[in-house]
Write a protein that binds this ligand. Structure first.
Ligand code: NAD
Ligand code: TYD
Length: 425
């Protein structure tokens, strides 16, 4: 048995009985081997949170998009904090139940395959599970796909957020005054809504004007505005977070970091768009999840929080770092030095030059800061991809192969000349 810290003491078993009663099995004296039982009401006992060191009540959270990259990491983090998770995910190409393998058999993680646009389903889930918070991570998330085909971005990111928000509003109105006060709708968004920065411009702050440049960022911007409006007009206690580029385990390998790692391992070209000098601000996904947790617990309704790693790198620097780490981690690979696989390809249309996040607000108001450095986080990430070939195999379906060949065309070979333009067939 794994003792759990709950209500100020360690218990070997905590089980929920009907009517909100909690049964604690307490090992009161390990030396004498005597046990005693205690029954208490769950809501009377706050729990010490391992990550922020404060006492919280256990929560039920409706997470949308919880089978995707950030969602699955967030769900796992929240289960470690003993929050109950209702996970609603339609399982697009980016959603993968293997991302949730570690939660198999966990009765406090309830997975429902479904669409955030399905009002009836969302209503049933809210009514049936009575969550204390909704965390909206469901989205179409890849810029290149939004250039290829924007429709699903409008559908999920804008229309989906609208339907979810509407149902959340109805549900929130139905709660008791006390629960209404504590309810949160956390909308997870991106720094890309602010557009592109010049080389010397200061990093984005929460008041930076919105200037989205891709169909993806425009759809996220629209959803942010809706969420903001629901706070101002209806008083729904909503919070928005705008985060910089994430990397980490379980990221679909259409995004830069996993694409480079997996291509490098296989000796395939490492495609760099344009001159490779576009800048992104990198953050490990666990740090993002910690930030989301802090916002859920301590964030102010109606507020926006920027989240970032203070870690600006050109794409060339990022790819070179990944290559150098791979050289060190798999020195016997016949593809060492991996940087020889770097291939410059035609630029992404409308490619934002630079993103950088100023996260002073979340640091000063909520006490959050990133724990991983770029090097430590990237090293762990590479190790995860090397250690999980079955996951890698699982996502390399026909649909993935089709996307790769549509996007990168002949970039299956390591040629010297520029390759086909991304986003063009
Ligand atoms: P992802 O593409 O890996 O996962 C998205 C998940 O949403 C998938 O599991 C998918 O099945 C699910 N989904 C899509 N449409 C749905 C629908 N209609 N109903 C229910 N589920 C649906 O994306 P991610 O990288 O994990 O990003 C999650 C959120 O975080 C997005 O809102 C994204 O804009 C935001 N974000 C991402 C990053 C990043 O670097 N990845 C950075 C900042 C913000
Ligand atoms: P990506 O991971 O798609 O995230 P975003 O576009 O949301 O920032 O891309 C990160 C950066 O890497 C971006 O500047 C585009 C660039 N990039 C490449 O150079 N080559 C690639 O194959 C991909 C997917 C991205």
């Amino acid at each position: 048995m794994n003792p759990q810290f709950y209500a100020g003491a360690y218990y070997d078993e905590i089980s929920e009985l009907p009517g909100g009663l909690i049964l604690f099995l307490v090992e009161s004296n390990r030396f004498l081997g005597s046990y005693k039982y205690r029954i208490g009401l769950d809501s009377y006992f706050p729990r010490l949170c391992g990550s922020c060191g404060e006492f919280h009540m256990n929560k039920t959270i409706l997470v949308t998009g919880g089978a995707g990259f950030i969602g699955s990491n967030f769900v796992r983090c929240e289960r470690l904090r003993s929050n109950r998770i209702i996970n609603l995910d339609i399982l697009t190409y980016a959603g993968n139940l293997l991302n949730l393998e570690q939660l198999k058999g966990d009765s406090d993680h309830i997975f429902i395959q479904g669409d955030i646009r399905d009002r009836e389903l969302v209503r049933k889930l809210l009514k049936g599970y009575q969550p204390d918070a909704v965390v909206n991570l469901a989205a179409e998330s890849h810029v290149d796909r939004s250039i290829d085909s924007p429709e699903s971005f409008i559908q999920t990111n804008i229309i989906g957020t609208y339907h979810l928000m509407e149902e959340a509003r109805e549900y929130w109105k139905s709660l008791s005054p006390e629960r209404r006060e504590h309810f949160r709708f956390l909308h997870v968004s991106t720094d890309e809504v602010y557009g592109s920065l010049g080389p010397q411009a200061p990093a984005f702050i929460e008041n930076s004007p919105y200037a989205p440049n891709s169909p993806y960022s425009a759809s996220k911007a629209a959803s942010d505005h809706l969420v903001r409006a629901y706070f101002h007009t209806f008083g729904v206690p909503a919070i928005i977070t705008n985060c910089s580029n994430n990397y980490g385990p379980r990221q679909f390998p259409e995004k830069l970091a996993p694409l480079i790692v997996l291509n490098a391992v296989e000796g395939k070209p490492l495609p760099i768009y344009g001159d490779g000098l576009n800048v992104r601000d990198w953050l490990h996904v666990d740090d993002h999840c910690d930030a989301l947790h802090a916002v859920l617990e301590k964030g102010k309704p109606g507020q926006t929080y920027n989240i970032g790693g203070c870690c600006e790198k050109t794409n060339l620097e990022t790819v070179n770092t990944l290559c150098a780490l791979l050289d060190e981690m798999i020195p016997t690979s016949r593809h060492v030095p991996h940087c020889s696989l770097i291939t410059f390809v035609e630029d992404r249309p409308g490619h934002d030059r630079r993103y950088a996040i100023d996260c002073s607000r979340i640091r000063s108001e909520l006490g959050w800061r990133a724990k991983e450095t770029f090097e430590s986080g990237m090293r762990k990430t590479i190790q995860w991809y090397l250690d999980n070939p079955e996951w890698v195999h699982s996502i390399k379906t026909g649909a993935y192969r089709d996307w790769m060949s549509r996007q990168y065309g002949g970039a299956g070979k390591n040629e010297d000349s520029p390759q086909k333009a991304p986003g063009k067939a």
